[in-house]
Design a protein around this ligand. Sequence first.
Ligand code: TMP
Length: 233
Amino acid sequence: MKLLYEGKAKQVYATDVADEYIIHNKDDATAGNGEKHSEFAGKGVLNNTISCIIFNMLEEAGIKTHLIEKLNETDVRVKKLQIFELEVIIRNITAGSFCKRLGAKEGMVLAEPTFETSYKNDDFGDPLINDDHAVALGLATREELAFIKEKTLLINKLLKEFFLTMNLKLVDFKIEFGKTADGEILLADEISPDSCRLWDVETNQKYDKDVFRQDIGDLVETYKAVLARMESK
Ligand code: TMP
């Protein structure tokens, strides 16, 4: 297979089928735009397993995604998309860059979910942008942005309910979207403890990549605990 793209935690391969790709999940974890980097044996399997469970749940709830099938422990077959150069973030509870940027205390429940978009550009540190910037840069049209926002708010509702059944609060998450050759917009990339913040409902213990970012726990054991909660519910 031909390697088309290698990111911090994934590789994307072309397949014999023109409109399909294979995504391989690596064991690498990075934080702070790659400043911190480690490898964790088993992380690729955990992320792939968790993300497939979530994408299947979303598909059943009517959200269209790139996922065609889980191929093996670390790989998925997906629809070929042109990925929007946008990171789409929802926050339900304050944490991370929201607190750093705005001086807010961590853990405040927001009156309503906040919707953010960042320009996916490592050279500039994925800067926060508004709709006018996105349109001006040609990243998406206003109609596409409106569609993405509507779907993202629905995904937030579904994810929040899903995680609550396993006693986890969905603090925030990042997702990505892409477009098929026919112009259909699908949920892409992954949803995993790499791209979500998840806190225990009773103790607020962190069950996500913050354990690596903040050196407060074992990443693989933490992700295994998330999967165990998913599998036992
Ligand atoms: P932030 O608080 O650092 O902006 O992150 C918000 C959410 O987005 C958090 O759940 C982590 C996730 N995220 C990614 O998945 N990839 C990224 O590159 C960044 C900056 C955040």
